[in-house]
Design a protein around this ligand. Structure first.
Ligand code: PLP
Length: 458
């Protein structure tokens, strides 16, 4: 037996990639204002920017797309998706949306009023921004272990239950229109949430009459971590575990571009009929009719099939094994990261690798640029570029606790040799890390600034 299970698929279609020369990479990153979001994809060798919408669909999903029913209303594709969603998530009502943030936008539009607060373990950046855009305040109440990159807690995505109770008592139930939890916790390192924690969080929210929503982008990886790590779940299937997770919630929003392994799509589901009516009205205004929600009929079929493929045990063993393999290579070479590695990504501790660069000069950004220059690899900063914000009361900039660089691994796309190459590139950089310098903004918008900001090296 190999240490990590081999890919449970073989490759039928290939997409060529190429490494352009070092001079060309220097010119490309300058042109992009040192923001890897502005690079041309063809100038990238290995793209770890995100695992969102970058997965490889299966032959069954492609066949499903040919079956797509493009009727404006009541398409067969919609009913096939409805069957999958009801079977896995179990909510009484649902709508498709064009991606996760569209579902979040609609949820925030119908639930969040100015001055409201919305607790979660950690909101992902688009959820955070959608709550803020409606005048609300996102609040992160993850356990303290989440902030210690070396702590091996098996469920570092868990909510701190004492903090949650204290927060609700302080804020007042009337100012909290909904409570959330993100599985797995993307912004905190792709760390899972235990079933016990989901159950307790639900009990707390419900004891105050607060509706409980799960941000479910990585429901399948979370379910598999529960199977591997939580007592009592070893003999359950990921599907059974997923069903139990969602049985405690009143609704969910989800980007289907992650664990449903499609290139575009999202879902929003609830039990409450009156709330669903408001959601439908908002969806028709912003996305499209309730049976397609801004997607083509064929996209709905790809999701309906992908939702189950994401839960397949052989797939999940390979998937989490591949991430663990890359983490192992980095660990052997002394490169610090959030431990244990999450499901979909490695979060390199750029703050620890580049102690000479202060947070105000973006150590994570520096490492991201260097990975592109050294190896043509695109990663993403998850640190002060993404999250440093002036405090609304004092105006003083509040920095995040960790400066991370995320290597997100697309599903069913890269092989073990690609993982070796990524590790070799990072090892080369770590050997001359003391020579790297920081960056400053030359342009930065107010919301979600990391997408379009421009930088200058210091
Ligand atoms: C990706 C993601 C989103 C946003 O979804 P998009 O499809 O990119 O709009 C929201 N929450 C989490 C946890 C995510 O990972």
């Amino acid at each position: 037996m190999t240490k990590h299970p081999p890919e449970p698929f073989r490759i039928k279609v290939v997409e060529p990639i190429r490494l352009i020369s070092h001079e060309q990479r220097v010119a490309a990153i300058q042109e992009a204002g040192y923001n890897v979001f502005s690079l041309k994809a063809e100038d990238i060798f290995i793209d770890l920017l995100t695992d969102s919408g970058t997965g490889a669909m299966s032959q069954r999903q492609w066949a499903g797309m040919m079956d797509g029913d493009e009727s404006y209303a009541g398409a067969k594709s919609y009913y096939r998706l409805k069957k999958s969603v009801e079977d896995i998530f179990g909510f009484e009502h649902f709508v498709p949306a064009h991606q996760g943030r569209a579902a979040e936008n609609i949820l925030a539009a119908v639930m969040v009023k100015p001055g409201n607060q919305v607790p979660s373990n950690m909101h992902f950046d688009t959820t955070d921004a959608n709550i803020r855009a409606r005048g609300g305040r996102p609040v992160n109440l993850v356990i303290e272990e989440a902030f210690d990159p070396a702590n091996l807690h098996p469920f570092k995505g868990n909510m701190d239950l004492l903090k949650l109770k204290a927060f609700i008592d302080e804020t007042g139930r009337e100012n909290i229109p909904l409570g959330m939890i993100t599985v797995t916790n993307n912004a905190g390192g792709g760390q899972p949430v235990s079933m016990e924690n989901i159950r307790s969080v639900a009990e707390i929210y419900h004891s105050y009459g607060i509706p409980f929503f799960i941000d479910a982008a990585r429901y399948a990886e979370n379910a598999f971590f529960i199977k591997l790590r939580e007592p009592g779940y070893a003999d359950k299937t990921p599907l059974e575990i997923a069903r139990e997770m969602f049985s405690y919630a009143d609704g969910f929003c989800m980007s289907a571009k992650k664990d449903a392994i499609v290139n575009i799509g999202g879902l929003l589901g609830v039990n409450d009929a009156a709330l669903f009516q408001n959601i439908s009205n908002e969806l028709i205004l912003r996305e499209g009719f309730v049976s397609y929600g801004g997607l083509a009929g064929r996209d709905l079929d790809a999701i309906a099939i992908g939702l189950y493929e994401g839960l397949d045990e052989d797939y999940l063993s390979y998937r989490l094994g591949q991430t663990a393999y890359l983490a192992g290579l980095l660990r052997e070479n002394g490169i610090g990261m959030i431990e244990p590695p999450g499901g979909h990504a490695i979060y390199v501790d750029a703050g620890a690798m580049l102690p000479q660069i202060p947070q105000a000069e973006f150590p994570g950004q520096s490492l991201v640029v260097e990975m592109y220059l050294e190896g043509g690899i695109r990663a993403v900063e998850i640190g002060s570029v993404m999250f440093a914000q002036p405090d609304p009361l004092t105006g003083e900039v509040v920095y995040p606790r960790l400066e991370l660089v995320r290597l997100a691994i697309p599903r069913r796309v890269y092989t073990q040799s690609h993982m070796d190459y990524i590790a070799e590139t990072l090892v080369k950089i770590s050997k001359r890390a003391d020579k790297l310098r920081g960056y400053k903004f030359t342009y930065a918008p107010e919301l979600l600034r990391h997408f379009t900001a421009r930088f200058q090296p210091l």
